[in-house]
Design a protein around this ligand. Structure first.
Ligand SMILES: *[C@@H]1O[C@H](CO)[C@@H](O)[C@H](O)[C@H]1NC(C)=O
Ligand SMILES: *[C@@H]1O[C@H](CO)[C@@H](O)[C@H](O)[C@H]1NC(C)=O
Ligand SMILES: *[C@@H]1O[C@H](CO)[C@@H](O)[C@H](O)[C@H]1NC(C)=O
Ligand SMILES: *[C@@H]1O[C@H](CO)[C@@H](O)[C@H](O)[C@H]1NC(C)=O
Ligand SMILES: [Zn+2]
Length: 305
């Protein structure tokens, strides 16, 4: 999450100060952190022992094995010179009003470089992690970065407005009001709906929201959706997840929204279930991929091209 260009406003010295490693950045920068943190918490709770061990091994010591503590890292570094290449990897721009995703047509950056979109990134970092079991001899990839990028981009690909229309930049240029304050359509789906849900139903406590999501897929409204956990062909599944997003974006994101409008209770009540379901799917599917790539047995490792 986090297509906004707002990071540029941060004083340069501040960024230099923080540029040495993974260091927590205060609220203003990590503006979309809730969705990513919950996605990664869901995933981590579903890891099998081998995957959990690999994740612990790859994370820097100071997070004490807590993956969600670094799931917003890719949003924090995307404007740094060294990582500018990662900027197009957070989203997909599809043709206006097409309401569909085709990898060969849509997965490229604004210069037309192929694979540079969130679907390409999920495939890329999944296949890099497949090499983890080959051991430290493989110096081609930084496995820690691959884990953090994959974990973050699995959140982004499930955020419907991250697979949006080209002209309005996934709703970023559609300015409107969320209840009484100014916002834009992209941000409504990145964060506003989650914050309003936290305030209205969860006493502003994200751990209560996490518990509610976990309850809803263990024995609640999503308990029968076990298909979320399965994927035989990762590249194909990744394309499907992007398609799901643009379809929700069309039907529920853009639908009936004009620039300058005010979105309030009706929009919130009808869209919140989609936001929560997408967060749950992102977390469950991230766990599925991590369990596959770090599995002990060979049968668990699918091929990704
Ligand atoms: C892990 O990190 C997240 C995000 O910083 C935090 O909300 C959560 O409480 C942490 N969990 C544990 C068990 O420390
Ligand atoms: C894949 O990752 C490598 C770095 O490990 C990067 O150079 C390349 O641009 C990435 N491609 C995509 C589509 O993510
Ligand atoms: C991998 O990337 C992390 C974060 O950028 C960095 O701190 C670490 O030193 C890198 N590891 C190697 C072996 O380069
Ligand atoms: C969980 O399911 C209940 C209905 O049983 C629903 O009211 C609630 O909003 C759901 N919570 C989330 C986070 O989706
Ligand atoms: Zn992002």
């Amino acid at each position: 999450m986090g297509r906004l260009r707002g990071l540029c406003l941060v004083p340069f010295g501040f960024l230099l100060f923080f540029s040495s490693a993974f260091i927590g950045v205060p609220g203003a920068l990590a503006w979309s952190k809730e969705g990513h943190v919950i996605t990664c918490q869901i995933a981590q709770a579903l890891l099998e022992p081998e995957a959990l061990e690999a994740v612990h091994h790859l994370l820097p010591d100071y997070v004490n094995g807590n993956l969600s503590a670094l799931c917003v890292w890719p949003d924090q570094i995307r404007h740094w010179f060294r990582y500018r290449w990662t900027s197009p990897l957070h989203f997909i721009d599809t043709p206006d009003n097409a309401c569909s995703f085709q990898y060969s047509r849509d997965c490229h950056d604004s210069h037309g470089v192929e694979d540079m979109c969130v679907a390409g990134a999920v495939k890329n970092f999944t296949s890099q992690l497949m090499h983890y079991k080959e051991g430290a001899s493989d110096q081609r990839y930084n496995m820690t970065e691959a884990l953090l990028f994959l974990s973050h981009f699995m959140g982004d690909i499930h955020q419907p407005m991250h697979v949006g229309f080209t002209t309005d930049e996934g709703g970023n240029t559609i300015e409107l009001r969320w209840f009484r304050h100014k916002s834009n359509l992209h941000h409504v789906w990145d964060r506003e709906i989650i914050l309003t849900a936290l305030a209205d139903y969860y006493d502003k406590d994200a751990s209560l929201l996490l518990q509610d999501i976990e309850r809803n897929y263990t024995d609640g409204i999503w308990a029968d959706d076990s298909s979320w956990k399965h994927c035989d062909d990762i590249p194909q599944c990744v394309n499907n997840w992007a398609k799901e997003s643009i379809q929700i974006a069309c039907k529920w994101g853009y639908e009936g929204v004009k620039p300058g409008t005010t979105l309030a209770d009706d929009y919130f009540d009808s869209r919140m279930p989609f936001v929560m379901k997408r967060i749950a799917q992102g977390g469950i599917r991230l766990a599925m991929i991590l369990n596959k790539v770090f599995a002990d047995s060979e049968e668990g490792s699918a091929t990704v091209t």
